[in-house]
Design a protein around this ligand. Structure first.
Ligand SMILES: Cc1cc2nc3c(=O)[nH]c(=O)nc-3n(C[C@H](O)[C@H](O)[C@H](O)COP(=O)(O)O)c2cc1C
Length: 207
């Protein structure tokens, strides 16, 4: 039997490669939508705890603003604000900001603020604080983050937005005062920003 010409093998290989590429592309296209949907659901579920006790009828992530620096919020990178509504009326803004001055770098933080300027909840999104020391800011490690629920610029009064050992109202973390100081400062700065900018936050169009 004569040898198969080399060009025929080449064509066969090219056809197989084209079929495989098409299969991969089709599979990617089919799954990409589902992956995006799952990611969106995950984000919604992660953000909701910072809006405890609020009624809202929009998705948390539906109305997003991304503010490039300089924006006046804590952190030198972009800040994100999700606007949350009930029956078309604003009920809260959810901030993603970076607290400066953490023990091991910036701490990415979620802060929910109701329209009356009170904190609806905070959660830690990302940090590099030390396990067993600064990492007790995480809700799965301790209740420390819950003490901010319902607080506002006047509760406690401005001079008391500190840990107790500095003469303030908030619990510290034993052996780790640097981390709480950074977070308390970032929450207060965010509340100040909200008080000054609530109208413009809700007046702007979505990203
Ligand atoms: C290895 C190591 C890791 C530390 N990690 C943290 C931390 O994650 N957060 C923190 O606030 N302090 C951390 N500290 C302790 C701080 O250096 C500081 O002593 C502590 O925050 C107490 O501050 P204070 O004396 O003002 O209360 C760490 C210290 C060491 C030696």
């Amino acid at each position: 039997m004569p040898d198969r010409p080399i060009w025929k093998s080449g064509v066969t290989l090219a056809i197989i490669a084209a079929i495989c590429t098409s299969l991969v592309a089709a599979t990617w296209q089919l799954t990409a939508e589902r992956i995006e949907h799952n990611q969106q659901e995950w984000l919604e579920r992660s953000l909701r705890p910072a809006l405890a006790g609020l009624f809202f009828d929009t998705g948390v992530t539906e109305s997003k603003l991304t503010l490039p620096p300089p924006h006046g919020l804590p952190g030198s990178g972009p800040a994100i604000i999700y606007r949350v509504y009930a029956q078309g009326q604003p009920v809260a803004a959810l901030f993603i900001v970076s607290a400066r001055g953490g023990y091991a770098g910036p701490i990415r933080l979620l802060i929910g603020v109701a329209m009356d300027g009170s904190v609806t909840g905070i959660r830690i999104l990302e940090h590099r604080e030390t396990p067993g020391l600064g990492d007790r800011i995480e809700i799965i490690k301790s209740d420390w983050a819950l003490q901010f629920d319902g607080r506002s610029l006047r509760n406690p009064e401005p001079g008391k937005w500190k840990i107790k050992r500095d003469g303030g109202d908030f619990d510290q973390l034993t052996g780790a005062s640097v981390t709480p100081r950074a977070i308390i400062k970032a929450i207060r700065e965010t509340l100040i920003y909200f008080a000054a900018n609530a109208d413009s936050i809700f007046a702007r169009g979505d990203d």
